[in-house]
Structures are given as C-alpha cells and as structure tokens.
Design a binder for this molecule. Structure first.
Ligand SMILES: *[C@@H]1O[C@H](CO)[C@@H](O)[C@H](O)[C@H]1NC(C)=O
Length: 649
C-alpha cells in the first residue's frame, strides 16, 4: 500500500465513465450525480471523471454542466482508498475518508450544498420527512434497492439493446408504475385530505344538473382536480417559505368527517406527495428509458400511465428543467394520446408488487410454539451439537493504562461497567487479530461504528493498514476525529454499504455485527479470500436475506426447516444476565448451533473455522467469536508447510 497520500484541500467527487464501442459514455449513476449537482448548483466538489481506458471526452461535453469544475483521470491514477470502492465516491479534504455508493454520495452532495447555503429549503426538502430519504441501505430496504440499484440497472440493461422488439417492460419499471398508482400516506396528511374532500364536494356542486355527466367524464375529471391539489401541496413545500398557500378555512361539515372517511391522496412524486432525492435518482433513468421507448416501442408507453404522469409533474418542479438542460437532457412529452391514459381506478391498483416482493424485510415474526428443546433434540439425534474451541490466549490483555486516552473506551460516554466490558471484548478481538496479522496486512473493521475496534488495531499494529467501514455517517465522522486526535497514519475510513467496498484485504473484523450483518461480513471476507474474526450479535434478527437463506449449511438444511432454525435464532438471544441460568445455558447452546451452521457453510469454501467464547464470558451476553481462515493462508501452518516443501526438495 502506498504511503504517498498527499493532503488534499478540497472534496473530490469521482464519477465513472464507461466505454461502449470505444466511445466513452456516462453510466446512469454518473448522470444522476451530475444532475443533482446541477439542481443544487453545488460548487463544493472537484469532479473527476474516471476513465478505464484513454479516450476523448469530447462527446461527453454536452452532458457536463458548465458550472462544474470537471477534470479527467485514469483509473490507475485515483487514490488507493477510492480505488477500493465502487463509484461514485467522494474523498474528503483529509484524503482519509471516502464516501461511496450512489445514495451515500447524493446525500453528501445535499449536505455540502446546505452547509454552503443553509437557505436552500428546496434542497433540504430532498431529504424528505425526518431526512431519511434513501438513508436505509439497499441491503435492508427494498425501496432503496429498487431506486438505487434496480431501476438504474434495468434501464442500463434495456439501453444496451433497445430495438429488441420481444423485450418485455423491465420488472423494476413495472414495480415503480404500480407503486405510483397506490394512494399515499404522508405524515400529518389530515389537513390536506380535508381540503381534498372540500374541493371534491365543491366540484360536485358545480356540475350542472342538466348536463347529466356520464360516469366516464366524471371519472376523468375528479383525478384532475385532486391532482391539482396534491401537486400544489407538493410544490408549496419547495418554495422559500415552505408554508403551503392552500386555503385553510374548512367548513364545519368537513371538519366533522372522520379521518378514516377522508379521501386518500394520490401519488404525486416517487415517495408519495413530495419531491425528494428519489425523484432525482429516477429522473435521468426514466428520461433515457422513455426517450428510447418512444423511439423503439411507443405503444408500450400505454402500459405506464402513472410513470408518464410522474414524468410530467417532475418537470413542473422549479429548477428541474434548468438542471436537466445543463446535463444535456432535453425533455419532450412522450406522444401518447391522452385518451390512452386510463384514469386511476381500483383496477389499476392490484395488490402492490412491492408487497409481494417484500421478502425478508417485513416477513412476519414467526410465532413461537413451545421452546427450543424439540429443535435441539432433533439436532442432537442427528449428531449435531454446539462445539466451542478453546480460547488461544484467555489471559491476554491490551496495556489499557498506558494507551492514549482517546483509544480507551472509558473516554467515551460509556458508563464504567460498560467500558470495562468493552475493553474485555476488545482484548479478545485484538488478541486473535494480532496473532494472525503480518506486517503489510490490510485489516478491515466492518460495521466499525465509532471505531473502538479499528482504532485500537491501527494503534497496536502500526505496520498494518486499517480500514473502517461503516454506513452511518455520524459514527464514522466521530471515529475519524478520534483517530485524528491520536495522529494515526495507517488508517482509512469508508462510508458505504459493504457492497460498495471492493478492495483487497487480509483480515476482516467485526465486533457485534447484528443479525445477518455477520453473514454479510463472512461472505465478503470469503469472497476476498480473507481471514475473519467476527463476534455476532442479535441472533433474533436473523432471517432470510437477499443473498442467503437459513439454515446456511447442508447438514442443517437436511435436519431443520427454516422455521425450526428461526426458533434457534430467537432463543440464541436469551442470554441476558437477568435470565435464569438454565435459560441462559440454552441460549448459549442455541448461539453455538447458529454459529455452527454458519461455520459449516464457510467450510464448504475451504475455510477452517473455530467458534469460541470470549474471555471472560461475562464480557457480553453475546460472547461468541468466530475465527475463519482461508485454505491457503493458515498463518503459522503456512510456515510449517513451507518448511516441508524445502525439506522435500
Ligand atoms: C452534514 O453532515 C455533518 C456530518 O454528519 C452533520 O454534522 C451536519 O449536521 C450535516 N449538515 C446538514 C446541513 O445536514
């Protein structure tokens, strides 16, 4: 690893350029980032377009907003920390903190725009209610996954071969279409719904009695009226004073209507009523998709009435047209005769695809019938019992009293007893990692939080590079300032989902990785051929996830159903000190069994696994530690077999 990190004085935003048939082109996530920068009129970043091979960028010029400071670099010339991440990515002024992945980077652009100009209410509004828009990571939220990954990749895929006439509309586009057809629920929507009711009643009164309006025209009219109200409410949110200028007087009759009897609100923008970051993500995708569909299969547009409505509403948002133009997107209204647009009706709202696709996120908690004993007995009858390997160095401890204050967990806000326990947990992880590490190793602290593990490791192992990966910005920023206080040089920080980290490393560490996070870290390490030292946590949160199902190993699968395995997971959480000792003992056995299943799954990749108990046992109710070593790197054993080779030759 290079030590020639120069201090940079600005924020660098790295955006990918891909090349198709020798011509450079911008992938959608790059277009989306450029569009947001343009919408925000953000000048806080130095933008680098990253080319994988030398090419002229002339053809890209029209897609690059003039207001931006854009330069070109070759992939091999970008800083090491950034090269270990999928783009887009931002490197901060210190050169040590990299933010990677579309949602993370976009939220950061918004943050920096607001720091430069706090009066930008329209930009603040992009973060949505409670500022959580696209914050939940794609591994956890199906909605983030659809918008951040599903739709951009479906559109990229489609654009590769748009003239294929047998092509179906991509599932993720149809999912969005159905989502847009659903009524919305927004925080505090009572007032808007009463206004809608009032407008509807007024509208009915105004209909001339002799006109005998047929149901068809009624059907078409009422959505338009409500559309106006909802769009007005949404746009008012973006105005400078952000106070809706809607009439607030309600007659008493309207006021008396029960909330449950109020009309539902229609979807205006992607997240519901208001224009948010999600719409910003979707806009370049939908733009390119619709342009192409118009050219190659215009009749398909009829299947997307809600998406087309969304598309025309988005263009009414102030600033959107200007920003689009700067990015070379020239809107035109797709030519679908309006008579083809069915008004939203009940039939348009089939049970949402999203619900069906929901999968792991919202699967109901399985009811407990009885305790874990039948499951444990079943395993035992099949010769499966929890095994705990002996701890290699139970008495090992860091010299806490002589370590700098900022390393010591007592320096934080933690109460005394918690700090003592945290130090004991750290002793265990650091002991094992120290035994496995060699000079020059890169060690990754996954789910690093505020950096308790990673910072101790960087201090203890100055010949190794330590990377902290964490999704929560606040935690990582605190870790960074603690590390700066200590003057650590061998440390880097990545704010990203696991998936966006692609760099090579030798040892992966995670202390109390919640639920399936343990499995994600294990899989990431196995994929990278790295050793891992993981202390799992929150077994009760374990459930089938996007990338794996439980039980994970063949032997467990042959013995237990998913439901039976989930019983083990639920009871594995029952190890708290307040519980009766026999319950805790069962809890510990269940923990051991869940981790045994994980170990066996890892062993199919040639790994050797040890499940052990941290010392002292009381350091945490979740005191299991999994150590997995890849087939070809067994530390001391490598030395041994190496000697053998020498002897035999
Ligand atoms: C930007 O991010 C920093 C660091 O997490 C945070 O402290 C700050 O409040 C954010 N600023 C805005 C305007 O959201």
């Amino acid at each position: 690893m290079t030590h020639t990190e120069e201090k940079q004085q600005h924020l660098s935003l790295y955006l990918e350029v891909c090349s198709q048939n020798e011509e450079p082109s911008l992938p959608l996530h790059t277009s989306i980032a450029l569009f947001l920068l343009s919408y925000c009129e953000c000048k806080s970043f130095k933008v680098s377009l990253v080319f994988t091979k030398p090419a002229s960028s002339q053809s890209l010029k029209s897609q690059l907003p003039d207001c931006l400071d854009v330069s070109h670099v070759q992939l091999e010339d970008i800083p090491q920390l950034v090269r270990g991440c999928r783009l887009p990515a931002v490197l901060d002024e210190s050169g040590r903190l990299c933010r990677a992945g579309l949602a993370v980077v976009l939220r950061h652009i918004i943050n920096k725009t607001l720091e430069a100009d706090p009066s930008r209410n329209d930009v603040l509004a992009l973060l949505g209610f409670k500022k959580t828009c696209l914050k939940a990571c794609a591994e956890v939220s199906k909605w983030t996954r659809l918008c951040e990954i599903g739709i951009p990749s479906a559109v990229e895929e489609y654009l590769k071969n748009p003239s294929n006439q047998y092509q179906q509309l991509p599932l993720s586009i149809l999912t969005l279409e159905r989502r847009l057809a659903e009524p919305v629920k927004v925080h505090n929507d009572d007032k808007i719904r009463r206004q809608k009711l009032q407008e509807q009643r007024r509208n009915i009164k105004n209909e001339s009695p002799e006109g005998n309006p047929d149901s068809e025209s009624k059907r078409r009219q009422s959505p338009q009226v409500s559309d106006g109200l909802e769009l007005r409410a949404a746009l008012a949110k973006l105005s400078v004073d952000s106070v809706p200028t809607l009439p607030t007087r309600e007659n008493s009759e309207i006021r008396k209507v029960k909330t449950t009897d109020l009309p539902p609100l229609e979807h205006v923008f992607a997240e519901g009523l208001y224009f948010t970051l999600t719409d910003v993500v979707l806009l370049p995708c939908v733009y390119h998709y619709l342009c192409s569909l118009q050219a190659h299969a215009a009749s398909s547009l009829q299947q997307l009435p809600h998406l087309l409505r969304w598309y025309s509403r988005v263009q009414e948002v102030p600033g959107v047209l200007r920003a689009s133009k700067a990015c070379g997107m020239a809107f035109s209204t797709p030519e679908v005769p309006t008579s083809c647009l069915p008004a939203p009706s009940e039939e348009d709202n089939p049970p949402g695809l999203l619900e069906q696709e929901e999968g792991p996120e919202k699967s109901p908690q399985l009811p407990f019938v009885g305790g874990p004993r039948p499951t444990m007995t079943k395993l035992k009858e099949n010769g499966i019992e929890a095994v705990f390997a002996p701890h290699p160095c139970p008495a090992w401890t860091l010299p806490w009293d002589s370590l700098p204050g900022a390393i010591n967990p007592t320096e934080g806000k933690m109460s005394n007893i918690r700090a003592v326990r945290k130090r004991q947990q750290l002793n265990n992880l650091v002991a094992v990692v120290t035994e496995l590490a060699r000079p020059g190793f890169t060690i990754v602290d996954f789910c690093s939080g505020t950096g308790h593990v990673g910072i101790v490791l960087a201090h203890t192992l100055p010949d190794c590079q330590v990377l902290l990966i964490e999704n929560k910005e606040e935690s990582l920023v605190r870790a960074q300032s603690r590390s700066a206080e200590l003057g650590l040089k061998n440390i880097g920080f990545i704010q990203a989902n696991l998936d966006y980290f692609t760099g090579a490393f030798h040892i992966g560490v995670a202390l109390h990785a919640c639920g399936v996070a343990t499995d994600m870290v294990m899989d990431h390490c196995i994929h990278a051929g790295a050793t891992f030292v993981i202390s799992p946590c929150c077994y009760g949160f374990i459930q089938n996830a996007i990338k794996f199902t439980f039980p994970r190993s063949k032997r467990f699968q042959e013995t237990l159903t998913y439901k039976e395995h989930m019983i083990l997971c639920r009871f594995a959480d029952q190890t708290a000190v307040q519980l009766p000792p026999e319950r805790r003992l069962i809890g510990k056995q269940c923990m051991g069994l869940v981790d045994l299943d994980r170990s066996w799954a890892a062993e199919t990749h040639g790994y050797s696994l040890r499940v052990m108990t941290m010392e002292p046992e009381s350091c945490s109710p979740k005191n299991n530690m999994l150590v997995g070593r890849p087939p070809h790197k067994r530390g001391l054993e490598v030395g041994a077999s190496h000697q053998e080779v020498l002897v035999h030759n």
